[in-house]
Every structure is written in C-alpha cells, then in structure tokens.
Design a protein around this ligand. Structure first.
Ligand SMILES: NC(=O)c1ccc[n+]([C@@H]2O[C@H](COP(=O)([O-])OP(=O)(O)OC[C@H]3O[C@@H](n4cnc5c(N)ncnc54)[C@H](O)[C@@H]3O)[C@@H](O)[C@H]2O)c1
Length: 300
C-alpha cells in the first residue's frame, strides 16, 4: 500500500506517517518542511504552487490531505495567503489526485465547521453556521469542494472532522498548540496557569495517537463524513486538576477572556464513528500525564 500524506510533516501528519510506516506501508510526505519520520520519503513543496495539479501521483493508492493554515489568528493576519492555502492548495491537490486516478482521498476537516455552537456536534447538523470565523469558513469551503470531487466520482473520499487534538509533537505549533501544552509551558516557566474566564470552557480533547489511528482506518476503509473526537468534553479546570493530581504546583490566574466570539464548548457525537467500530482509547488523564513527562518539569 502506497500512501501520500500532504502536510505530513506537521503535528497530526507526522503521527499518521509514523503509524502508516509501522503498519508496513510505503509513505511519501509532501510539506513545506521535511518529515522527521525514518524511512519516509519527503517532498518539499507548497500546495499552492501552480504545478501541483500536474504532479504524477499515480503510484499512490491513498492520499491524506492535511496541509492547511490551522488557526483563526493567522487568517486575521493574512487572509489571502490563508484562504489560498486552505482552498486553492486543497483544489490543486484534489486535481492532482483526480488526474493521477488515485482511488481514495481523505481530507482533514475540523469541528470548526459546526461554528460556535453549544450543542453536541453531529455530522448531520448544517455546516453553514452564521457564526463561522475565517478558519471555519475555509474548512466549510474545503468540505464542499472535496465533496464535489467525490460526488463526481473522481475518487472515493472521507472527510474527517477533527476535534481538539493534543499530545507530544504539538510544541512545533508555537502559539497554536493545545491548552494542555500551553498550561505546561507556563507552569514550567513561571509556576502559573492563566485561564481565560472561569475555566469552565469545555472541549472534546483527543490524543494525537487516536486521531492518527482513526484517520488511517478511515482513509483505508471508510467513506463519508466522520467526527474524530472522544465524545467527552473536558474543561480547562479539569485539565488543571489533572496537572495538580500529578504533583504539579502552580497558581491559577483567572482573567477576563480577551477573545471575542470565544468557543465555549465542543463535544463530538461519536455514534457514527463507533458504528464503524472506531473509537478513541486514550483517556485525558493518560494523555495529559504523557505530556507532563515530556515537559519534564522539576519543582522545588
Ligand atoms: N490539531 C488540531 O486540533 C486540529 C483540529 C481540527 C482540524 N485540524 C486540521 O488537521 C490538519 C493538521 O493539523 P495539525 O494540527 O497537524 O497542524 P500543523 O500545522 O502541525 O500541520 C499542518 C502542516 O501543513 C503544512 N503546510 C501548511 N501550508 C502548506 C502548504 N501551502 N503546502 C504544503 N504544506 C503546508 C505545514 O508545514 C504543517 O506541517 C489541518 O488541516 C488542520 O486544520 C487540526
């Protein structure tokens, strides 16, 4: 099995490339930076390059598309470049897949397509929310584009709506890493944890090894649109409680939330995923503990 992972040198993509390699598949990664995974073939290329639609990918059985600008802040800083990456970059890759007659394409969408909602997010909910931000809008556009290629029969497809993914490897994401790493870095530096609001904001936090394993299964064996989450929502206060129960000591600093239109809640409805025999296995307690060990925080 030959797998082509676009954006495969990033946080989730690297874990996908590693798991594919471990399963004995031949893996090529296309990204702006080289893959750090041993035995993976690296192609350094920008998806927005006009020659991308003509890439010969006919040797590959499955393409997994993850390359994207992954956060709203970058969209606000540079909307043209960000939309161009998430929409034109995607279009270029879909064209390359179509021309190369790739059988199966998996697209990394996001829970962001549901917009700022307080409901448990189900795949059948409409994805034209009034309150979509620019990043969400780019993923909604991406899904429409992707589904159109699938509907036209150019390839089989699976859209994967990732919820908040965390775990070792995300520190490369700078300011855009998960709240667990943000708290741990602050505790390591200053013995404080700054919390926006009352700390009762909740997210469906899924460990990167689960996100990657489920993605590979979906890419190989399933079609349609799937939430990729745990089905549980964890509050910032619960994460801080877990850090404390692992022996870390720090001051919680609750401050007024500086972000407008802040997402208070995400929780995946995982019935469709579990109907295919797929579910996240790593508990938030175990996942956070692994990150604590990784950050190797020593306190007097
Ligand atoms: N991490 C999460 O919690 C989360 C949640 C929902 C959706 N997603 C989606 O999952 C995918 C992967 O996210 P991630 O967290 O691994 O982010 P990441 O930033 O670590 O990975 C994205 C990768 O895409 C590459 N890339 C960006 N623009 C490119 C371009 N023009 N050409 C080639 N490569 C390019 C980057 O270099 C990076 O390696 C993204 O599509 C993201 O929107 C992630």
């Amino acid at each position: 099995m030959n797998i082509f992972v676009v954006g495969g040198a990033g946080f989730i993509g690297s874990e996908i490339a590693k798991q594919c390699k471990d399963r004995g598949f031949s893996v090529s990664v296309m990204d702006l930076k080289p893959s750090k995974i041993d035995g993976v073939d690296s192609i350094i290329k920008d998806t927005t390059n006009p020659d991308v639609p003509n890439l010969d990918l006919s040797n590959y059985d499955v393409l997994i598309m993850l390359a994207a600008v992954t956060n709203q802040v970058e969209f606000q800083k540079n909307a043209i470049k960000s939309f161009s990456t998430n929409v034109i970059g995607l279009l270029n890759i879909l064209e390359a897949a179509r021309k190369s007659k790739i059988k199966k394409v998996a697209f990394a969408s996001s829970s962001a397509v549901y917009g700022n909602t307080s409901e448990i997010e189900n795949e059948d909910m409409p994805i034209y929310p009034d309150k979509a931000n620019m990043y969400s809008t780019s993923k909604i556009m991406g899904e429409h584009l992707f589904n159109n290629y699938v509907k036209n029969g150019f390839f089989e497809g699976v859209a994967m709506r990732y919820f908040n993914t965390y775990g070792v490897g995300e520190n490369d994401k700078g300011d855009y890493k998960s709240i667990v790493s943000i708290f741990l870095e602050e505790i390591k530096k200053k013995n404080t944890a700054t919390v926006y609001g009352d700390g009762e904001q909740k997210r469906d936090m899924i460990h990167v090894k689960d996100t990657a394993r489920i993605s590979v299964e979906l890419a190989l064996n399933h079609s349609g649109t799937f939430n990729v989450g745990t089905g549980n929502a964890t509050s910032w206060n619960t994460i801080l409680d877990i850090l404390e129960s692992n022996g870390l000591r720090f001051e919680r600093k609750y401050i007024k939330n500086p972000i407008n239109d802040y997402q208070k809640f995400t929780q995946a409805d995982t019935e469709k995923l579990s109907g295919q025999g797929l579910k996240a296995n790593i508990t938030i307690e175990d996942g956070v503990k692994e990150l604590i060990d990784y950050y190797n925080i020593t306190q007097q």
